[in-house]
Design a protein around this ligand. Structure first.
Ligand code: ADE
Length: 235
């Protein structure tokens, strides 16, 4: 799968997306990450990508033309089933289910905004506007990295054991993964739950299931449709 990222800071993403499992996935050819400098799609000598907003207001907006020229150039260099996504705090929230869906595409084109956002006309040239959470980042680069990493993990051959994906938080149920432990069996008086040392796989599975629900109730009650009040009752 190909990931094309349009950004004014391609160098900021290079190391991050070449490290660990993403680096291995690139080396083995499962994913192909292409970073594009948005400024190379400008047509003025100063390579300007931003301008003042019409109607006034603080800060600068990203211009629409470099993004559209960039999208068109990227689309001309490949084919297959692709999706073009603008990263922005005004977008629909990105979820695990999107990562799983997008992992089946041939390509994802990710647009990183900066400053106060992008000229709204960009919406006509993208399939979707996506946010990674209800907070405002300085730009879409970190959000694009989040989308690449979450999506790539869902592709066969990227995470060593596909099994380890199935026990992830959010994998097929709206709940968190179970707490895990490794050696030593006791650390500063804190013991690993005995059942995990028992070798009884059915019991271990049941224990993990119960712990996962407990943790979800405590940390993310809204995933279970519970209010905070109900959560405190459940402990
Ligand atoms: N750019 C700035 N904030 C963002 C967010 N929360 N998600 C995606 N892109 C962003």
């Amino acid at each position: 799968m190909r990931f094309d990222i349009l950004t004014i800071f391609p160098e900021a993403l290079r190391d991050l997306l070449s490290t660990g499992i993403l680096g291995q996935a690139q080396a083995s050819g499962v994913i192909d990450v292409r970073l594009h400098d948005l400024r190379s799609f400008t047509d003025d000598p100063h390579r300007i990508v931003d301008d003042r907003p019409y109607g006034g207001g603080a800060g600068m907006l990203m211009k629409v033309e470099p993004f559209v020229t960039g999208i068109e150039s990227i689309k001309a260099s490949g084919d297959g089933k692709r999706r073009t996504v603008l990263l922005s705090p005004q977008g629909r929230l990105f979820r695990q289910a999107d990562a799983a869906d997008w992992a089946r595409l041939d390509g994802l084109i990710l647009l990183c905004g900066r400053y106060e956002g992008v000229d709204e006309r960009i919406i006509e040239f993208v399939d979707e506007e996506i946010s990674i959470g209800d907070y405002v980042l300085a730009g879409g680069e970190v959000a694009a990295a989040v989308v690449v990493e979450a999506t790539a993990r869902m592709m066969p051959g990227v995470v060593g054991k596909f099994d380890s994906i199935e026990s992830d938080s959010f994998y097929d149920k709206p709940r968190l993964g179970a707490p895990q432990y490794t050696r030593p069996p006791e650390f500063r008086g804190l013991r690993v739950p005995e059942v995990l040392l028992s070798g009884d796989h059915a019991k271990i599975e049941a224990f993990r299931e119960a712990q996962a629900w407990k943790k979800t109730t405590r940390n993310r009650p809204e995933l279970l449709g519970l209010s905070l009040e109900e959560t405190t009752k459940h402990g």
